[in-house]
Design a protein around this ligand. Sequence first.
Ligand SMILES: [Fe+2]
Length: 252
Amino acid sequence: MFVIDHLSARETRWAEAAHDYVQAFGRLRTQLQALDAALPVDNESMIDFARIAQPVAHGYYRFEGELQRLRISNAIDLQLMPVYFNGTLLENEEYLRILGYYVNGKSYPPKSLYGLLDMWLEDQLGHAVLLYDHIDPTELPTLQQTRTFIDAFQAHMAKNRAIGGFLRFTPPGFPVQRKFAVDVSVTSIAFYSFVERTIERFRHDELLGRLTLRFLEHHLPETCYFLYQLSRFDPRIIPPETCYLWKPNVSK
Ligand SMILES: [Fe+2]
């Protein structure tokens, strides 16, 4: 949907392809909702569903990759930055990794703390940059606050990269790495509530910009997923009480 929102009306071929994926994922969601979430990972119907979902997710991964390639070479009229797709492609890569286990009825090994941060910090940063880009230039205090989050996530990314270097000779879970994970959770929770407040302002038409509810709201479940995963590594990491992975009224 986000791709459709940002494609020029002239790009009918790509808009149709994006629309087909909206339909395909819509069908998958309906099928998924009919499944009992308590079924074990090696249950036949779970495996069947994973086998249906995998080619669609893979096709969409390639589709976004193609859009990114065309955007880089300025061969498409699409109002999304090439780096935007780095965020969505890395998310899709994680779905595909998980599906790779599910199609064989196996549960997937969770990411390491380093890997988890490497993936989700880039996503959080991408959301902050995109948010900044969608706020009217006259909303200075809001822009400055968003900029603070951009700087913080960039600093976290640099530190995580350094920690990746330390892991050559230092086993994971050392105090600096765990404290770092706590610091990242504090920034992410602060950004989460900032986005919640931004949603409220948007809903009441109190914020100038070119935001959409769909974009704003998608940040919430993704951040909650990240925080839940992160909380496995240190008891000081506590996702907000309101954190949900699925919200029925997230705009369709
Ligand atoms: Fe994202």
